[in-house]
Design a protein. Sequence first.
Length: 256
Amino acid sequence: MDQEKKYFWGAVRISGLVIILLWLVHIAQVLMGVSWGEWGVYPRHLSGLKGILTSFWIHGDFGHLISNTTALFVMTGMIFYFYRPVAWRSFIGMYLLTGLLVWVFARESYHIGASGVLYAEVAFVAWIGIFKGDFRSIVLSLLVLMIYGGMFAGVVPTDTKVSWESHLLGSFAGIYMAYIVGEVIPIEKSKEQEARERLLASEDPERYLFPRDTFDMTKEERAIEEQRRREEAHRRWLEANQIPPSPQDIWRSDHT
């Protein structure tokens, strides 16, 4: 329990730090009376490549920043808590891949804001349940879809001032990262599953009418396995009674 609390507050600190930095950058921009929009991604121009690293931190106004804050805090914290083994590589992968896809495919305009990565995070958690297939991930996927499913209306062009391309391409980046890391995350087992596996491992095979692997082998394979067991039991009996093996035993052992 103490370890889980440590993991939880660790995720909260990382997520909170991201939000604090976003606000500090925007407050600095306002206090200095400047616009850092040119630090966004400008597609297919070499000067716009820097935005892959910097656009996440730049917002047009407080409304833009506020609209991203709560959801970004929740989703980043969720990834760093529930998917700790792959959290950093997933976050960095979504961060960079979203920016790169925007640079390659989006319309020629400055694209700024954290919403592209936010859409990537929502898609990541929503799809990893499908790719991973364990109960907890599926529940998290459904929960995220219930809360933030409406966000995906933002992947279509409805406002020329909104970078819908960042939303759409960020979603693709999240799905891709979910597919990549889904196979390396250990499947979480419930306490009931773990107890059942321990029980099966400790059970006496003599209690069963048929061997537990009856349906895992063909008839011929079972016959070979049974012959091997009989010969092994015979060999042990000879050794236990200090009886030298007969020529037939030697031939049989040489040809198994």
